[in-house]
Design a protein around this ligand. Structure first.
Ligand SMILES: [Zn+2]
Length: 382
């Protein structure tokens, strides 16, 4: 039983699985891994506010330590098809690259892992003393409500545990082997509304100018950096994204003034500690305000240790170089998994993800597959 990672990548790309559509992608994967001995569970979750989404949990083996590979078969829309030099869902091979939406983010990595398991099982047999699982969602590029988070809840209810997890997101900036991610910054959005009293600009003593309050409040928030970063994280960043008053006149003091703020924060903070810090600063300035907070994800870190060493060593064994361990970039489903198991992200090269002409080098997909196989060998060392 072998799996060609290039053919599987192509078969997956040919399913136009733009979130929340599955378009047959999970069945293609299931068809590839079931013959290896994986017990497959299709999980369809729904929610009043968001579309139903298909997910797959598959496990090979019933005992021992469980190494999980997590990823997503959904993709972002192709955008303007005229911008592509090939059909985004045909998976054509041009100059040694598989072209198509999802090639690098992250159907190529899923195929690379499935092929790695096939070779591992061919050498070690199905009874290698441990378990390998796949947690694949169709809801990573969308609201991420009916995806990985709910699969993890379902697993928890069944007592299904994971000992370590590799997420196949495209983590390498330029070349395979550049970078693995051992954590991610948190992200939160705030809307601050300063409340004053409307009046005539010539009679400011009869009004209360919310613009002045807002400017002082915002100044208090940006006066000093939040922190200087630490060994694994760059400094946290508070950015004012918009200031909206919408006052078309020259002679009216408005009643309200509003600003939007995004904070990308490291593990020195939590969204709760930052909300308290912001309120403390605003209260010290004085003046009435409203503050709404929405949290996209908390910062998290799997400190360098056995899992990062395992992946670094696997990369080194194939490419003769070690990846930088980083926490940069946006967020990913690793933010859900980290509450369940140590997690690391390593996949293909991110240069073309979400762009027109998304593509993955055939050599990179094969190289990544060899790296995943080396990781399996190390994790299940006899
Ligand atoms: Zn992705």
């Amino acid at each position: 039983m072998t799996i060609d990672p290039i053919e599987l990548t192509q078969a997956l790309i040919r399913c136009p699985s733009v979130t929340p559509e599955d378009a047959g992608a999970l069945d293609v994967l299931r068809g590839a891994v079931e013959p290896l001995g994986f017990a497959c569970q299709r999980l369809r979750f729904s929610d009043a506010a968001t579309p139903d989404v298909d997910n797959l949990y598959a496990r090979l083996g019933t005992r021992g330590r469980n190494l999980c590979f997590a990823g997503h078969t959904d993709v972002v829309p192709p955008g303007n098809p005229q911008g592509w030099t090939v059909d985004p869902f045909k998976a054509e091979i041009v100059d040694g690259h598989v072209y198509g939406r999802g090639a690098t983010d992250m159907k190529g990595a899923i195929a690379a892992f499935a092929a790695a398991v096939a070779r591992f099982v061919a050498r070690r047999g199905r009874d290698f003393g441990g378990s390998i699982s796949l947690l694949i969602t169709g809801d990573e590029e969308g609201p991420s409500i009916n995806g990985t988070a709910k699969v993890l809840d379902w697993m928890k209810e069944r007592g299904e545990t994971v000992d370590a997890c590799i997420v196949g997101e495209p983590t390498n900036e330029k070349q395979l082997g550049d970078m693995a991610k051992i954590g991610r910054r948190g992200s939160m959005n705030l809307v601050l509304t300063a409340i004053g009293q409307q009046g005539h600009v010539a009679y400011p003593h009869l009004a209360d100018n919310p613009n002045h309050h807002l400017v002082r409040m915002l100044d208090a928030l940006i006066a000093k950096p939040l922190d200087a970063g630490n060994a694994y994280f760059q400094p946290s960043s508070l950015q004012i994204t918009t200031i909206d008053v919408g006052n078309p006149t020259t002679n009216v003091i408005p009643a309200r003034a509003r600003a939007g703020i995004n904070i990308r924060f490291n593990d020195i903070h939590t969204s709760k500690s930052l909300t308290e810090w912001v309120r403390g600063k605003l209260d010290a300035v004085g003046g009435r305000y409203e503050l709404s907070v929405s949290v996209s994800g908390e910062a998290f870190l799997t400190p360098p240790g056995p899992l990062s060493e395992l992946v670094s060593s696997a990369v080194d064994s194939v490419l003769k170089r070690k990846p930088q361990l980083s926490t940069t970039g946006g967020t990913s489903d690793a933010r859900f998994i980290r509450a369940h198991a140590p997690v690391i992200e390593f996949g293909l090269v991110s240069l073309t993800m979400h762009k027109v002409d998304e593509r993955a080098a055939i050599a990179d997909i094969r190289g990544l597959s060899a790296i995943y196989e080396a990781a399996l060998d190390r994790f299940f060392a006899a």
